[in-house]
Design a protein around this ligand. Structure first.
Ligand code: ATP
Length: 311
């Protein structure tokens, strides 16, 4: 399955919620849509699954030799932002109903149900009403409902919301397993640390626009202005000896044997390494990347000046 979004625009009454968004989704990868509340992530996803239509631009989904204007029915599982299962029915009843809707036969439904309830440690609770479950456990049932028919693509709008850290890790593991099985995953999330460990590609949105896109290296190139380096010597080196080097914010620790500094991205690190190693017996020299969370915050803040585009 190949998915190409080109110059997508979606407008509501007075607001352009998606403003000229273009990117491709690679088959078999995990792509994360990131952005603050109201950035346009759900609006984008709703167009992709065919719930709404773009005002302009196009979505091209190529699947088994044919091209579609959105994901074709039956090829995807969608965990929407507004979850929709029956609170008064049991977990089992809800999931059997979803399985039937997806056209699975009785045996397949039972197999999938057994597998997923066990995988999410909910087998014992199969006959409880959904409303008796905690928010996090209900979220897991919603996720099972999304995966029941083994779709080749899954779209997950905030799959980690409402989950405690243990269950977040659990879902993360399940998503990695799905990827290993060849499933393409597009998800939106606010948990940067989890997403950084999970996704192959990132689409960072703000106010309807894409402000960075690509694998983590590309995101760093697009958003980071500096990199942090750490180095240590076998014996103390006076910080003054480092003053001629192109380092900013130098700080010394451990009796002047360990140092941390910021370096411009344009600075070739091998040259710096050669210069630093002339100052003493170098034990360690490594680049420390900013976490995605920090990149995200500074990128969103710096694009905050952009006004919402109103019709
Ligand atoms: N059906 C709608 N009618 C009018 N405005 C809408 C509609 N759906 C979304 N919006 C507006 O469009 C903008 C983008 O909303 P959207 O839900 O796509 O953002 P989001 O990135 O998914 O946000 P969140 O992280 O809070 O879920 C917001 O300003 C929202 O209020």
């Amino acid at each position: 399955m190949q998915i190409t979004l080109s110059h997508l625009i979606k407008e509501y009454a007075t607001l352009r919620a998606v403003n000229d968004v273009s990117f491709q989704v690679s088959e078999g990868g995990i792509i994360a849509l990131l952005g603050p509340n109201g950035a346009g992530k759900s609006s984008l996803v709703r167009m992709l699954v065919g719930l709404t239509e773009p005002d302009s631009g196009s979505i091209e989904v190529t699947y088994q030799g044919r091209t579609y204007p959105h994901l074709p029915e039956g090829t995807f599982g969608y965990l929407p932002e507004d979850r929709g299962l029956y609170q008064d029915r049991t977990l089992k009843q809800n999931l059997i109903y979803i399985g039937q809707l997806r056209g699975l036969d009785k045996k397949e439904i039972q197999q999938q149900l057994d597998h997923w309830l066990q995988r999410f440690e909910l087998t014992e609770r199969a006959n409880e009403q959904l409303k008796q479950l905690s928010k996090g456990n209900q979220q897991k049932i919603q996720l099972i409902a999304t995966l029941l028919h083994k779709p080749p693509m899954v779209i997950l709008d905030e799959p980690f919301s409402g989950l405690d850290p243990v269950n977040q890790e659990h879902v993360l593991t399940v998503l990695k397993e799905l990827k290993a099985a060849g499933v393409t995953i597009l998800l939106s999330a606010h948990q940067m640390d989890l997403v950084e460990r999970l996704a192959d590609e990132f689409v960072l949105m703000n106010r309807g626009q894409v402000i960075a896109h690509g694998p983590i290296d590309a995101i760093h190139q697009q958003l980071a202005d500096k990199q942090t380096i750490q180095f240590s010597f076998a014996s103390p080196v006076e910080p003054a000896a480092l003053s001629a080097l192109p380092l900013a914010g130098l700080s010394a620790q451990a009796d002047n044997t360990q140092f941390t500094a910021e370096v411009g991205l344009e600075q070739p690190l091998h040259e710096l390494l050669a210069q630093v190693s002339q100052l003493g017996a170098l034990q360690e020299f490594r680049r420390q990347r900013k976490p995605l969370h920090d990149l995200y915050l500074s990128a969103v803040r710096s694009s905050a000046a952009t006004q919402e585009i109103r019709k």
